[in-house]
Design a protein around this ligand. Structure first.
Ligand SMILES: Nc1nc2c(ncn2[C@@H]2O[C@H](COP(=O)(O)OP(=O)(O)OP(=O)(O)O)[C@@H](O)[C@H]2O)c(=O)[nH]1
Length: 656
């Protein structure tokens, strides 16, 4: 670990400790107003971060489980989930109407830029409603309800996070676009909610569109999911039409959270993020019992014990309450140093009590791996620091150091899926500031050797090309893909309102590179696609090396099906030929399986004389051309004596 990095880590941890001490002190010494103690002032600044000062303190004891509804909004991408969430927050006065920034719940920059939800968000709302029989004192007045909206990420990469968020809910609004109808993610999300035993409220949204056809969508929902047409709500999150029926449906149809108020504390950890001032903030749902500030809690998966430094709910900003009761959803600040300690789906409970952990916990499973290298080798420490910073907030990325003969020192990172990888790399580019070379993504294969040992191979370069140990079997991960496309009238088996619904088992590797873009372009954007992880299947896999003048380029090695190896080898060699400029000597490009060459191309020698057209005259123009040539060289990576442009490493396996 470099000294710069070590120093920054130590500083970070010192500052973190200081802040925690300060926060603790603030409560015991809030009487000492006017104190000039630095830490106290700092703590005040921190504690003004939550909304407590701005809003009246809320007495959560008013909200026993029968006055709580925990629900989620699930939808195919762009069907209006976040817009609807915004409208509900406005309706309940949680945020001001027209607060200027669209989609309050989508907070990450990448979410705002791409219009997608990557991280789950939670918002607590208060709403008065006259539910028959809900009055605790027999009066006929509207009763206060506490509604927790748990916004889940819509993408398949985060389906584990979605399943954990849904585990904290008793109901879900299934939002479907009134023109587009049921799409691949609608199906996937419906089954996730159905398997979690949630009450599903169908919401047909965007009814203001000229192409809206709510009756057709009702038929679809009935035939596909057995949802009654009379249960469907018709809304326009844009114009506000029909929104008045949403919260009454939530309160009337969704059951209150179960759980034992007097039981031992059990909390489900839904998500976590790192706040510069407060440290790690965990989002939790209290399943049984009660949590108070000052309690000592333990985490089942890690076995670690923490002091509860702050407790509250999201309104939607952090609002301190000092307590969370059964059925309530909120946040907890403990002394966790990194979000790596906060495992999503983990059970938190009072230290020294014995409870059964909540079901469904799984460790993060990395499905896609890519090597990340600094374009300029001397920037390794800066890249290291940028990755450290980002993984502080995204513990689901795995990072190991990697060294490549072609690209130098870098990192091999594991991601939950493709979107997760794209988001991380684009954030990293922003954080890091200069160019990063990312190698073609690969999936985790399993190889068995003649001595019976099995290894998971996340990096093709790590698979020995000429091992004494023979590979006896190999396996690759597969996915169960759902593709929904509109079909022609003339095809006989018209299934559910002009849609064909297809399920395939595909090797994960096949969808890792460009599959989605290809599908969209072939179907002019009409197909929708989703997948879920499935089992490993046996496959005859080989390592395909790329050699330049006899030297293997480790960062370009791939693992492929043996039947495809030759064709793939030819394609790669052809493509690489287009990427590499002619140089002053002959370049031989080969694709090989072990010692067997399966494809070969030659780039003949040429001296590129950039000054060829500059006859005599202006020296500054000659200098400019030479400078430009030098700049171009900087963007090259050298393998042996051959210069390779950086983009070749990432683009090589893309479908042309
Ligand atoms: N016409 C119309 N447009 C809407 C309506 N609701 C949402 N939109 C628009 O549809 C687009 C997608 O809306 P979002 O709320 O971001 O969709 P989403 O489901 O949250 O999308 P993800 O976060 O990507 O899953 C935005 O441009 C919205 O302004 C509606 O009722 N009518």
């Amino acid at each position: 670990m470099g000294s710069l990095h070590r120093a920054s880590k130590t500083l970070k941890s010192l500052r973190h400790q200081l802040l925690l001490q300060a926060t603790q002190q603030f409560d015991s010494s809030s009487r000492l107003s006017g104190s000039s103690d630095y830490r106290l002032l700092l703590a005040r600044a921190l504690c003004s971060h939550p909304r407590q000062n701005a809003k009246e303190a809320v007495d959560l004891t008013q909200y026993p489980p029968e006055r709580i509804r925990n629900f989620s909004i699930i939808a195919h991408v762009d069907h209006g989930k976040s817009t609807l969430a915004d409208r509900l927050l406005e309706l309940t006065g949680t945020i001001k109407r027209g607060h200027g920034q669209p989609q309050y719940l989508d907070k990450l920059q990448v979410e705002r830029e791409r219009g997608i939800t990557v991280k789950a968000q939670t918002a607590t709302m208060f709403h008065k409603y006259n539910l028959q029989g809900s009055s605790l004192d027999g009066s006929n007045e509207p009763q206060p309800f506490l509604l927790n909206l748990i916004d889940t990420p819509g993408h398949v990469d985060f389906s584990y996070e979605v399943s954990r968020s849904l585990a904290a809910c008793q109901g879900a609004l299934l939002v479907v676009d009134a023109a587009q109808g049921v799409q691949a993610q609608t199906v996937a999300n419906f089954y996730l909610a159905f398997e979690s035993n949630l009450t599903i409220i169908p919401v047909i949204n965007k009814i203001d569109q000229p192409t809206a056809d709510p009756d057709r969508i009702k038929d679809q929902l009935k035939s596909m999911f057995d949802l009654e047409p009379s249960d469907c709500l018709l809304t326009s999150a844009k114009t506000g039409q029909g929104l008045e029926h949403v919260l009454p449906a939530v309160i009337e149809r969704i059951p209150p959270p179960p759980g034992e108020g007097s039981g031992l504390l059990r909390m489900l950890l839904l998500d976590s993020y790192y706040d510069e001032y407060k440290g790690v903030i965990c989002h939790v749902a209290v399943v049984d019992g009660m949590l108070r500030k000052g309690d000592k809690i333990s985490a089942a998966a890690t076995g670690q014990t923490y002091d509860v430094l702050d407790v509250g709910f999201m309104h939607p900003e952090l609002t301190q309450t000092g307590v969370l009761l059964t059925g309530q959803v909120g946040y907890v600040v403990t002394g966790m140093r990194s979000t790596k300690e906060a495992r999503i789906g983990d059970t938190l409970f009072h230290a020294k009590t014995i409870v059964k952990p909540l079901p469904g916990f799984k460790a993060a499973r990395h499905m896609v791996f890519s090597g990340l290298f600094p374009a300029d080798g001397s920037d390794f420490e800066a890249l290291n620091h940028a990755i450290e910073r980002l993984t502080c907030n995204d513990a689901s990325v795995s990072v190991t150091k990697e060294s490549s003969t072609a690209l130098g020192l870098g990192f091999r990172c594991g991601f939950l899926g493709l979107l997760h990888m794209d988001v991380f790399i684009s954030d990293l580019n922003k954080e890091y500031g200069t160019h990063i070379i990312s190698t073609v993504p690969t999936v985790p294969y399993i190889f068995e050797y003649s001595d019976g040992s099995k290894v998971e191979v996340q990096n093709p370069a790590a698979l020995p090309s000429n091992s004494k140990q023979r590979v006896t079997a190999s396996w690759e991960p597969t996915v169960l893909a759902t593709i929904i496309i509109p079909i022609l009238d003339s095809i006989d088996h018209v299934w559910c309102s002009q849609r064909a619904f297809m399920k395939y088992r595909l090797p994960l590797r096949e969808i890792v590179v460009d599959f989605y873009n290809e599908l969209k372009s072939i179907t002019s954007g009409y197909a929708s696609f989703d997948y879920e992880d499935s089992e490993y299947q046996q496959a005859d896999l080989v390592k395909l090396d790329i050699l330049l003048n006899g030297q293997a380029v480790d960062a370009m090695a791939t693992i492929v099906h043996s039947l495809k190896a030759q064709r793939m080898g030819r394609e790669l060699v052809d493509k690489l030929k287009k990427f590499i400029d002619r140089q002053m000597f002959e370049i031989i490009i080969q694709a090989a399986i072990g010692s067997k060459v399966v494809a070969r191309e030659t780039i003949s020698a040429m001296r590129k004389n950039v000054l060829a057209k500059c006859y005599g005259g202006d020296i500054t123009r000659k200098r400019k051309l030479l400078e430009k040539q030098k700049e171009g060289k900087k963007r090259m990576k050298r393998v042996g004596s051959v210069d390779i442009p950086q983009e070749a490493f990432h683009q090589l396996l893309k479908v042309s």
